[in-house]
Write a protein that binds this ligand. Structure first.
Ligand code: SAM
Length: 466
């Protein structure tokens, strides 16, 4: 059932105004987490009524000190469609119109002047409304107060007003009347267009597990990547996460175990493509988007081994999608037997053996690595696979150096999901006492992988094959 967004909020400040945030209807579990991350990055303040927060409702009334703060949030969010200055809301047309009538004249009069062109639109959520009915709804607005003197301009008005009707999210049976109505002035849109700009379908180098552009941008937001951040993806694959981080101004680098993939020599993943082009690489991807200068390097390396790094707290952010061993190999360098000895004469040309990389070890190594190499206040953002019916919050790995900031689920089907975990480094790494704790029993063995694989058979295809 839909919930009303009405309710009393403590204002962020005395002069705060109410704004209507209109979110995209996807990844709804992530929207507040993304907003909070951007707010802490851009030092903008906002306040919502947490008690009445309904994550499935794409509309959210937010209090902010000024429109500047709105623009800061919009400058990064990929989940926000648009923000409106909220003029009035109500559960019925009558209540909405009464509230419009209460608006102080000094608040609305600048928009009513003859030199201000205007347009009014009606948008309904979860119910199709024919144009003639929409026109009726516009006519029902209280034009005795909304006494616009300017010209009507439906395409390029100086001020565009929106009447929103919210019919809940139960698609099968929308109610006859909306649960809630909002009326407001459009301020600006978010960064949804960047999803198309960086879309995998048009990207030069992609693989089977390339992360789609929208989620990559969300991860980079959660990690608070900004101009000149130093960002690492230790399981870099085709570098989708680096594309997003470089888009946000980060200097990016990665490590990857698969030599062929990293060198663009593996099997192509594009439908009907027989051979990879000779210049398929992460660098080429960044150049495609004009961020080539942000690319440091990607090296062939095993993320289970940390001794190739000097012990410094280099990174501002670590963002990654570790291998679950289902659509990609999860291996590490190692020998199946203890008696494996490499003779001196073959040492230089020897290709090391690889062994299965246990899921629990992947996450333990990742947290231990991040605890050592992230700067204080830096963020670690990674995906974590779960079987939905078994999931407990205690399954999420922990580390004394990290505070959990967000834990958002992306369902992959009715049985399996992955969770985007965001952690912030709050304490220096101490060799003696610090080790990640991982729910070994849950993730250690083959059986998790097998169950995850069988239950996850209907994985959504990535964007590459659509
Ligand atoms: C889920 S994919 C990451 C995909 C990546 N985000 C992209 O956009 O292409 C995980 C990657 O980790 C790599 N990998 C597996 N074991 C590894 C290890 N021990 N060290 C480094 N990379 C590893 C796999 O080859 C795979 O490319």
């Amino acid at each position: 059932m839909a919930a009303s967004t009405k309710g009393k909020m403590q204002p962020v400040c005395n002069t705060c105004r109410k704004y209507l945030f209109h979110f995209a209807s996807e990844h709804f579990e992530f929207k507040l987490a993304e907003l909070k991350a951007i707010a802490s990055l851009t030092k903008s303040e906002f306040k919502i009524n947490e008690e009445e927060y309904d994550e499935k409702n794409p509309f959210l009334v937010v209090e902010l000190p000024s429109e500047d703060h709105v623009h800061k949030l919009l400058s990064r969010s990929v989940l926000l469609r648009s923000v409106y200055e909220l003029w009035a809301e109500g559960q019925t047309t009558e209540e909405l119109n009464n509230n419009i009538r209460q608006l102080p004249s000094q608040f609305i009069s600048p928009y009513l002047q003859a030199d201000q062109s205007f347009g009014i639109r009606v948008e309904s959520f979860n119910k199709k409304i024919p144009q003639n009915i929409k026109t009726e709804k516009i006519k029902a607005l209280p034009f005795d107060v909304l006494d616009f003197q300017g010209k009507v301009d439906l395409n390029n008005a100086m001020n565009t007003f929106h009447l929103f009707e919210y019919y809940g999210y139960e698609c099968s049976k929308p109610p006859e009347y909306p649960f809630h109505l909002y009326f407001g002035r459009w301020i600006a849109g978010g960064q949804r267009d960047r999803i198309q700009d960086l879309h995998l379908q048009k990207r030069h180098f992609i693989g089977n597990t390339s992360m789609d552009a929208g989620l990559s941008l969300i991860m980079s937001n959660m990690a608070r990547v900004t101009n000149n951040s130093l960002v690492l993806d230790p399981f870099v694959g085709t570098g989708s996460l680096l594309v997003a981080a470089a888009h946000h101004g980060g200097y990016v680098m990665g490590t990857e175990l698969d030599f062929l993939l990293l060198h663009g020599q593996g099997k192509p993943s594009r439908y009907k493509q027989k051979k990879r082009a000779s210049d398929e690489s992460i660098r080429r991807n960044l150049e495609q988007y004009g961020t080539g200068s942000r690319y440091i390097d990607a090296i062939v390396g095993d993320s289970s081994k940390h001794d190739m790094w000097r012990p410094e707290t280099y990174f501002d952010a670590i963002i990654t999608d570790p291998p679950y061993g289902i659509r990609e190999p999860a291996k590490k360098i190692g020998a199946a037997s203890d008696e494996y000895i490499i003779s001196e004469e073959v040492k230089d040309i020897h290709i090391p053996q690889k062994v299965q990389y246990q899921l629990s070890d992947i996450f333990r190594d990742l947290l231990n690595f991040a605890a050592k190499y992230l700067r204080l206040g830096g963020r670690l953002v990674f995906w974590f696979p779960v079987i939905r019916s078994d999931y407990l919050e205690s399954n999420i790995p922990r580390h004394p150096s990290f505070q959990l900031i967000a834990n958002c689920q992306q369902p992959l089907n009715s049985k399996v999901a992955r969770r985007l975990i965001t952690m912030e480094k709050i304490q220096h790494f101490q060799e003696s006492s610090s080790d990640a704790s991982v729910d070994q029993d849950h993730y250690e063995d083959k059986s998790f992988r097998q169950r995850y694989f069988h239950q996850g058979k209907e994985f959504p295809k990535n964007e590459t094959k659509s």
